[in-house]
Ligand binder design. Structure first.
Ligand code: G3H
Length: 258
């Protein structure tokens, strides 16, 4: 089964909407050269909520052919939830994707697997494609329990989703010890986990579903290490943090095959 590679840039809490416009304009200019084949690689950016409206305007101007999404969403659709953002609003702003369960949401905001399950269901209610983030911390890795730990997250987070939903789901394996640390998991580590997640999905659903689910690696991805990670059989893309704020670096990750 042919899975289109997905290169995602998570800006985290960086870039106000003015800085965001400049970054996207530079990205449009850098990716506009003839070397870039938009059909072969899907590029998605995740700016802060406050940048989404200007991102929509820029992308609608057709100079920048990227998709965009939000870094989080509410499990609820509307109502008295001060500070929360509904998936309904994100869909209306043209978002295609939404991050769910980034380790910074899990640790800083104490998001539980139960809540993330609700958030995944909310994303599907509004036709947003969730990118579910999973992965272990350093202690779990050192104890050698990273695979069962991460699979347990996957199982609880996707509980109750149907085969069609899981076929379109994207799961990003992001070992916490490799996020923003310069410490990158080796291509073998990324492959080991992605293969284990795919096997788990085959077990829970079937081989056809497992062959469709796209699996990403995230954690200190740069242009210099992207190609080797993306060369792994079960790794279908990367979720890039820090390096997505550097246009040259991010563009070179997008062009990993060249
Ligand atoms: O969402 C992205 C990940 O947290 C990776 O961040 O590339 O800065 O390590 P990083």
């Amino acid at each position: 089964f042919d899975r289109t590679p997905l290169i995602a840039g998570n800006w985290k809490m960086n870039m106000d909407h003015v800085q965001g416009i400049t970054l996207l304009q530079k990205l449009a200019w850098t990716l506009s050269d003839a070397r870039h084949d938009y059909g072969r690689v899907e590029v998605v950016v995740f700016p802060p909520f406050t940048d989404l409206r200007s991102t929509q305007t820029l992308v609608a101007g057709d100079k920048l052919k990227v998709e965009y999404g939000a870094q989080d969403l509410s499990p609820n659709d509307s109502g008295a939830f001060t500070g929360d953002i509904s998936g309904q609003f994100l869909a209306k702003l043209g978002c295609t994707y939404v991050l769910v369960g980034h380790s910074e949401r899990r640790s800083v905001h104490g998001e539980s697997d139960e809540l993330l399950n609700e958030k995944l269901k909310a994303a599907y209610r509004h036709n947003l494609v969730p990118i579910l983030c999973v992965g272990e911390g350093l202690e779990v890795r050192q104890a050698g329990d990273h695979v069962p730990h991460t699979l347990e997250q996957v199982r609880s987070d996707i509980a109750g989703l149907d085969a069609e939903q899981v076929s379109s789901l994207v799961i990003a394996y992001e070992p916490i010890w490799a996020i923003g640390t310069g410490e990158v998991a080796g291509p073998d580590d990324a492959q080991e986990m992605c293969a284990a997640i795919r096997a788990e999905i085959a077990d829970l659903y079937d081989d056809t579903v497992a062959a469709k689910t796209r699996l990403l690696y995230g954690g200190s991805v740069k242009a210099a290490n992207a190609a080797s990670i993306l060369g792994e059989r079960d790794v279908d893309g990367v979720l890039v943090g820090g390096a997505s704020l550097d246009v040259g670096e991010f563009a070179n990750i997008v062009r990993f095959e060249q």
